[in-house]
Design a protein around this ligand. Structure first.
Ligand code: SF4
Length: 389
């Protein structure tokens, strides 16, 4: 994951390199998704923190002389982040070691840039991004991306994000260095994945010339909508008609000739069907959001989901139980029992008198959830939804 996902940067790059696989396939998507708010996730924030730690390590090794004390002070500050995990140190080391390996294999010290802003607008209008690490050694340009995600291993093979970065870097550095070869690498340590891909400058520039008119079409919001795997990260994915029609066709079994499906049809349906669940989830998230804003989604409403119970003070509640003659062995199962499990152990009557009636149980309201209009629970009002949020 490149730091390009940092929202302040991404907001300005309509044709972002990280989304290039999508806008090269579905050119009108970048303009369509402008109508939808950008959102961040803990995974993205976690990735940003891991990048900051990696950047600090790379700077210390390659760029600026830094005392161990300064390094530790900066690192300790990052360790205080709520999303910090100890494993970030190990994974960022893997990334640093990879780059050290390249650097030490070169006959002389390479030029190195870390978290380098790159402009590729000569090929894609207003295009820019931030490359995690650029290195130039001899006649080779190394473009390396650190991805902290552990969902799917991303291949560097003909990767359009990496090639856009390489184009921008080549334009910037070819005046200073005799670059002939480009080496792309994606380091994804949590998946033990290091993917590399080499191409010549001639091949890179030929790809750039081929891609350039498509980028212009995408920037202008023209072309055909083409649904596919790439819809997963599109902000328009819940309301996009092209995507909906793709799945509606899947549900229209009359469109398929009876009596039996051919193996080819089975293959096609499985191919399209594997994304149905995430598509329906995106629809539900959108509809719930609308209901909570007070907008109508015909046939649906937001209701209070299942609530949960927790102890006001677990130690006190347990002490109280022990005082009342409840055997401690009943209360522990390696980890403390949940409210529901204790109710099961004590049985309803004892649970009610010893915990519930004595004020040791607090019931929290459930999170709003989407339900059919006929659901017997009452709708969550827009005002109440503000309390939930
Ligand atoms: S959801 Fe898919 S088909 Fe629709 S605009 Fe986005 S990428 Fe294109």
């Amino acid at each position: 994951m490149s730091k390009e996902i940092a929202h302040s940067e991404r907001a300005h790059a309509v044709l972002s390199a990280s989304a290039s696989q999508r806008w090269l396939m579905c050119t009108p998507s970048v303009r369509l998704e402008e109508q939808f708010p950008d959102s961040t996730s803990d995974f993205a924030r976690e990735g940003t923190l891991a990048h900051e730690i990696a950047e600090l390590k790379l700077r210390k090794y390659f760029i600026e002389p830094m005392s161990q004390r300064t390094f530790n002070t900066r690192l300790n500050k990052m360790k205080k982040h709520e999303l910090y995990q100890e494993e970030m140190l190990k994974h960022t080391d893997t990334y640093l070691e990879y780059l050290k390996g390249i650097s030490l294999s070169l006959p002389s010290a390479p030029y190195v840039a870390v978290e380098k802003r790159i402009n590729y607008s000569a090929y894609a209008p207003d295009g820019f991004g931030t490359v995690d690490c650029l290195m130039v050694g001899g006649d080779t340009l190394y473009v390396t991306d650190f991805k902290y995600g552990k969902g799917v291993a991303v291949s560097a093979d003909n990767n359009s994000q990496m090639k856009l970065y390489a184009l921008g870097a080549y334009l910037e550095y070819s005046f200073l260095y005799p670059i002939k070869t480009i080496k792309l690498a994606i380091i994804q340590p949590r998946l033990n994945s290091i993917s590399e891909f080499d191409l010549t400058v001639k091949e890179l520039l030929a790809w750039g010339d081929e891609m350039k008119p498509i980028a212009k079409i995408a920037f202008d919001g023209n072309g055909d909508f083409v649904p596919g795997e790439h819809c997963k990260f599109c902000r328009a994915k819940s309301k996009c008609r092209a995507r909906a029609e793709e799945f509606s066709a899947l549900a229209d079994f009359t469109a398929i000739k009876p009596p039996l499906l051919t193996d080819e049809e089975v293959g096609q349906m499985l191919e399209r069907g594997q994304h149905v669940e995430s598509w329906v989830k995106a629809l539900k998230d959108y509809a719930l959001g609308q209901c909570l804003k007070g907008n109508e989604i015909p046939g649906w409403k937001a209701v209070e989901g299942r609530g949960s119970r927790s102890f006001v003070n677990q130690d006190k509640a347990f002490a109280h139980l022990k005082e009342k003659g409840i055997d401690e062995a009943l209360l522990f199962d390696r980890v403390p029992l949940t409210v529901s499990k204790i109710e099961k152990v004590l049985k309803k009557k004892e649970f009610t008198s010893l915990l519930d009636e004595a004020g040791h149980i607090v019931k929290s309201p459930g999170k709003p959830t989407l339900a059919p209009a006929g659901d017997k629970r009452k709708s969550v009002s827009p005002d109440a939804s503000a309390d939930f949020s």
